[in-house]
Design a binder for this molecule. Structure first.
Ligand code: AMP
Ligand code: MG
Length: 335
């Protein structure tokens, strides 16, 4: 299959919408990361996403909608406290989990009785959803296990020859996947941190709980509340370790790896403390760091880096999403 990359524009959006209605899959930009979308009400179309990504069949997808009213197609009931979060944070990087209606095919929910739904704010994503006229199931547009794509070039790297069309809308603003909150229990439960932070959510949902798996490995045999949490994720080819204790310890680990014949790099906020060493600087604050993380992991691969030592970040605000992705990329290797 030939993969075409088209800049976002009226004709490109119309073609993408046509492909989705015809049961094909299309990559498109959102404010979080690039998504790989199919008609969420067409199980056969959704299966093509799993094939193109090499995604495990038990990892469900997020259904994207153009307007909150479309939720009635997908969710069996919408609690009032969910409506308050939707009013505050939709459109935007917040995914909510509801009991699903029968119309949601098992391919979207991966056999679960629940469905994850989001209304994205990116103008191209919103325009595509309006033009397609159906909910669009879309996970991140990377090959399974690889860092999520935050630019059209990343999607092409992973998906060339596997999908017909990539809509190029430039770099993604948030740069990490949406916040996922399960609304089906007694309290809202944060399953994955993202652009809408716990602090923001707690202004409306003071009883929000945070799943322990956000910052800790699953206990052996424990059931993942979010199936995506059980897989190694966001991973570059290099082995990643989060190194606590400051720049001197990072430098020592780097120098030892270099002496051992590795090609090391330091993943950091800024390069200044690391003198002549190879760095992957992400930016001054957690927001900028999140926006640049996945691109930096792909750069590391392109540079032939074999070993990454990462600075930890404070788990407040966007720092929680950043630390969650870093720990998963590291397979929870912290020293
Ligand atoms: P991706 O967009 O590739 O990050 O994948 C969507 C994420 O949402 C994965 O981590 C899924 O496990 C999670 N997810 C989707 N639907 C559900 C659901 N019904 N219950 C729990 N987690 C879900
Ligand atoms: Mg993903």
């Amino acid at each position: 299959m030939k993969t075409v990359v088209l800049p976002v524009g009226e004709d490109a959006l119309a073609e993408a919408a046509r492909l989705i209605r015809a049961g094909e899959i299309v990559a498109f930009p959102t404010e979080t990361v690039y998504g790989l979308g199919a008609n969420a009400l067409d199980g056969a179309a959704v299966l093509k996403i799993f094939e193109a990504k090499g995604r495990p069949a038990d990892n469900p997808l997020i259904a994207h909608i153009a307007h909150p009213d479309a939720l009635s197609l997908l969710a069996r009931r919408v609690p009032e406290r969910a409506r308050a979060l939707m009013r505050a944070f939709w459109p935007g990087p917040l995914t909510l989990i509801f009991e699903k209606k029968d119309a949601v095919p098992a391919e979207v929910s991966a056999g679960l009785s629940t469905v994850a739904v989001r209304m994205p704010s990116h103008p191209a994503a919103a325009a595509l959803l309006r033009a397609a006229g159906v909910p669009v199931a879309a996970p991140s547009a990377n090959r399974s296990g690889r860092p999520s794509p935050t630019a059209a070039a990343h999607v092409l790297e992973d998906m060339d020859g596997r999908i017909p069309l990539i809509l190029d809308g430039g770099p993604c603003g948030v740069g990490v996947e949406s916040t996922v909150v399960d609304m089906t229990g007694a309290h809202p439960l944060l399953l994955r941190p993202g652009g809408v932070t716990p602090e923001m959510l707690r202004t409306l949902a003071p009883d929000l709980a945070i799943d322990p798996a956000v910052l800790h490995p699953l206990a052996p045999g424990a059931q993942a509340r979010s199936p995506g949490m059980k897989y190694r994720h966001y991973a570059p080819r290099a082995r990643v370790t989060v190194v606590t204790g400051g720049a001197d310890r990072l430098c020592a680990r780097y120098d030892a790896a270099l002496a051992a014949g590795e090609t090391p790099a330091i993943l950091c906020a800024n390069a200044a403390p690391y003198a002549a060493r190879r760095t992957l600087p992400l930016g001054a604050d957690a927001g900028a760091m999140a926006a640049h993380l996945f691109g930096a992991l792909r750069d590391a691969d392109a540079q032939g880096v074999t070993r990454i030592f990462a600075e930890p970040v404070g788990a407040e605000g966007m720092g929680l999403a950043l630390m969650n992705r870093l720990l998963r990329a590291a397979g929870f290797d912290v020293e």
